[in-house]
Design a protein around this ligand. Structure first.
Ligand SMILES: Nc1nc2c(c(=O)[nH]1)N[C@H]1C(S)=C(S)[C@@H](COP(=O)(O)OP(=O)(O)OC[C@H]3O[C@@H](n4cnc5c(=O)[nH]c(N)nc54)[C@H](O)[C@@H]3O)O[C@H]1N2
Ligand SMILES: Nc1nc2c(c(=O)[nH]1)N[C@H]1C(S)=C(S)[C@@H](COP(=O)(O)OP(=O)(O)OC[C@H]3O[C@@H](n4cnc5c(=O)[nH]c(N)nc54)[C@H](O)[C@@H]3O)O[C@H]1N2
Ligand code: SF4
Ligand SMILES: [Mo]
Length: 708
């Protein structure tokens, strides 16, 4: 696409637009300066802001490429009888979608229509999508990709604290920490400017990273900056139980805090009684002495933070593992104590706000529960409908996708902001399920792998073309601003929802103006756990620093839990959890762990379209230890087949001493037959419904060059 639309746009001297990066939850501040005579419509510069301090990572620097991507969608597409996707008018596309939805709903009931949202959507779009599902489609079947991301961390925080805000303190509080325990997070690659907040702890020798790989972040512990623990994949829970055992056995815990601010200590103590360090060492591969000395360091350091990332959360026992991390933090008296804390690092751009406003199957705006009669009455009044009209809880993401095309399941699916045929667990089953649908409608700005399967593709706006708000990793609400006009032919999702709602004779009002949708969201959230009722675009534009809860009669809440937790009795819950046995490799098998590379974002739908990033990382590479490679006669660059009972793929070998010999690492950014999710399991965490993304057992064999 040429950016001819910009010919009529601002001259070189036009002011830059202050906004935030399109990608991750750090939401680095950037300014976009119009460059009408250049190939790209804007020039990106870092902007000073507490999370990034002017810095950006390589993805942020190159984000303007997304605005000029040659295969940008600029017209709706409809699949014809011959199976080809063809350009159609908006009228025809929307008429078709509404008519098909109405017909399928008449035949099979409203729960035959499903909605799949995303944590990259603005608060306004996420809110409207939840409302659209409940009262325009009248379906309970809505969930979103945050189920694959933060659900275990969120479930653990809700259970322990009664509320879930990723970081319940400003990120900059970390700057003065003495000790930071970072479990399963690789911010060095996933949020590079975050590293500046680790420097204080590094200078004091107190950065402790737990990762089966010597990741970019683990390498930051070198030269006396801290400690890297390299456990067996999936063994974080026994490791934490061992640490808790020592903290209790050596009476290192904060008795006064535990007595005054928590419940459940006796049961917790019993549950870890048998996890003496030698047993934890056997289960994890981390030496018993290290477990002892780390417990002591955490307890005696003056300023301690415990943080978790996806490496410990994306497991079928992810909620219990995150819970164990919280138990450790509570025993040490960290949450709510100045200079100390516990938190989890939200991932997607609006991963925090995206899980507060009603995209989740069991949720209404303001982080309310959909089965709570008072919450239903409040939200129904804002929506101008009878509470009876709002459906009950639906089903979480994996069940929702599995039910597509099955008897009694979903027949039409609307996808907004996720590339599920790359990023879902056991992805072949999801591809099969989507193939069985009567109607798949994908809203995206590029033809993602999921959009390629759709019956109808609706081209939407992207970051620098739209107004809205995002809530970043420390719960701060930020303004996303429009810097360039969208291409003719693309439409906002608020408009698409309004048009479909009208065609479906939906009750309620369907605003298309983001600031007005925000005002409605604010009213709907009033009195809920995630209360935005004191906020507006106007206030944010005036420069207000706004961490939620921000009630109408209150102010920003940068730090939570100073005096009470959100449970009715004000106390946090210590929850006793048990380590389960898990599948481990036998013989020549390896543990597969999955995660991210610096250069790519998620399913890669966006970053694989940025030339500089694709050149830096063009194909799937399997990180393998030199000893493992040698044993199998493999060299750097060789091709291998990696397989298990669920699937099989080929990758190139990247030999690296940074991984355990019993483990292979693959990123999930590549599509089709390079998708690592061909190998992952959709076994679910019983509390959060998080799938087992981070660990699978695989066979790895060399691909015979003669036949390859
Ligand atoms: N470059 C880039 N940045 C991103 C994203 C991206 O796709 N690309 N995505 C954003 C999103 S949505 C998210 S959720 C965040 C995720 O951010 P992170 O949580 O930092 O990312 P991951 O790479 O998924 O996992 C972190 C680490 O977990 C380790 N790991 C794997 N298995 C285990 C285990 O069993 N135990 C332990 N302790 N560690 C394990 C991996 O080796 C990896 O180094 O990143 C955000 N930022
Ligand atoms: N094996 C393995 N699998 C994983 C993970 C892992 O660590 N390992 N991580 C999981 C995690 S943490 C996450 S968050 C998921 C993410 O995986 P996905 O949900 O697939 O995330 P994205 O690739 O960001 O997909 C977003 C899609 O929406 C489009 N898009 C972006 N913004 C908008 C918008 O505003 N509106 C609309 N309609 N579309 C938009 C993009 O172009 C893209 O096609 O993957 C999960 N899958
Ligand atoms: S760290 Fe995240 S928000 Fe910052 S520039 Fe990189 S991708 Fe964008
Ligand atoms: Mo994520």
């Amino acid at each position: 696409m040429t950016y001819s639309a910009l010919a009529a746009a601002p001259p070189d001297t036009a002011p830059a637009t202050a906004t935030h990066c399109p990608y991750c939850a750090l939401q680095c501040a950037m300014s976009l300066r119009p460059t009408p005579r250049e190939r790209l419509p804007v020039a990106v510069a870092g902007r000073d802001f507490p999370t990034n301090r002017g810095g950006l990572c390589r993805k942020g620097w190159t984000a303007a490429e997304l605005l000029a991507t040659p295969d940008r969608l600029t017209s709706p597409l409809l699949r014809g009888d011959d199976g080809e996707l063809r350009t159609v008018s908006w009228e025809d596309a929307l008429d078709h979608v509404a008519a098909r939805i109405a017909a399928l709903r008449a035949e099979s009931g409203p729960d035959a229509i499903g909605v799949f949202g995303g944590g990259g959507l603005t608060n306004e779009k996420a809110y409207q999508l939840g409302k659209f599902a409940r009262i325009a489609l009248r379906t309970s079947r809505i969930d979103y990709n945050g189920r694959f991301c933060m659900s275990s961390a969120a479930a653990a925080a809700n259970r322990a604290f009664g509320i879930d805000r990723g970081l319940p303190f400003p990120l900059t509080d970390l700057d003065t920490a003495e000790t930071i325990l970072l479990l399963g997070s690789n911010v060095g690659d996933t949020m590079p400017p975050f590293v500046s907040h680790l420097q204080g702890a590094r200078a004091r020798g107190g950065l402790v990273v737990v990762d089966p790989r010597r990741s970019t972040t683990a390498a930051l512990t070198a030269d006396g900056a801290g400690l890297h623990l390299q456990p067996v994949p999936g063994a974080d829970l026994p490791l934490l139980l061992g640490l808790i055992h020592v903290v209790i056995a050596e009476r290192l815990y904060d008795e006064e805090y535990v007595g005054r601010r928590t419940t459940g200590f006796a049961a917790l103590r019993r549950s870890v009684a048998a996890w003496w360090p030698e047993r934890a060492a056997q289960a994890t591969g981390v030496p018993a002495d290290t477990i002892r000395s780390l417990s002591r360091r955490l307890a005696t350091s003056g300023s301690t933070y415990i943080l978790t990332g996806r490496g410990v959360e994306q497991h079928a026992d992810g909620t219990d593992t995150a819970t164990a991390a919280i138990n450790l933090a509570l025993l040490l008296g960290l949450p709510g104590t100045p200079g100390n804390g516990y938190g989890t690092l939200t991932g997607q751009g609006n991963g925090q706000g995206g899980r507060e406003h009603g995209q989740k199957s069991d949720q209404l705006p303001g982080y309310r529960r959909i089965d709570d009669p008072a919450a239903r009455a409040h939200v129904a009044a804002v929506w101008g409908v009878d509470p009876e009209l709002i459906p009950g809880p639906g089903v979480p993401a994996v069940q929702l996708l599995r039910s597509c095309g099955r008897q009694g399941g979903i027949r039409a699916l609307l996808v907004h902001g996720s590339n599920v045929v790359v990023s879902s667990p056991h992805v072949q089953s999801v591809r099969d399920a989507l193939g069985r649908l009567d109607l798949l409608v994908v809203s995206d700005f590029v033809l993602s792998e999921t959009a390629r399967m759709a019956d109808v593709v609706l081209p939407v706006l992207q970051w620098a073309e739209e107004e809205g708000t995002m809530t970043n990793l420390d719960g701060r609400v930020l303004r996303r601003r429009r810097a360039v006009p969208p291409p003719a032919g693309a439409r906002s999702e608020l408009w698409i929802m309004a048009e479909l709602a009208r065609r479906l004779d939906a009750p309620g009002t369907w605003d298309v103006e983001p600031s007005r949708v925000f005002d409605e969201l604010a009213r709907a959230s009033a009195g809920g756990p995630a209360d935005y009722s004191g906020l507006s675009h106007e206030l944010l534009d005036a420069g207000e620093v706004a961490h939620w809860p921000y009630p109408a009669d209150g102010e920003s809440t940068p730090r939570m839990f100073a005096h009470r937790f959100a449970h009715p009795d004000g106390r946090a819950r210590l929850v006793a959890v048990r380590a389960a046995t898990r599948e481990s490799p036998r013989g020549a098998q390896l543990s597969l762990i999955t995660g991210r590379l610096l250069e790519h974002y998620q399913s890669g739908a966006q970053t694989r379209r940025v030339p500089e990033l694709t050149e830096a990382s063009a194909e799937l590479v399997a990180q393998l230890h030199p000893a493992t490679a040698r044993d199998r006669g493999l060299r750097d660059g060789d091709r291998v087949r990696i397989e298990n009972g669920r699937g099989s793929l080929e990758a190139r070998v990247g030999v690296s001493g940074n991984i355990r010999p019993d483990t292979v690492f693959l990123p999930f950014h590549f599509p089709d037959d390079q998708s690592v999710n061909l190998l992952t399991d959709d076994r679910l965490d019983p509390v959060s419904s998080m799938p087992e993304f981070k660990h699978a057992v695989v066979d790895l064999t060399r691909v015979d060059r003669a036949r390859a």
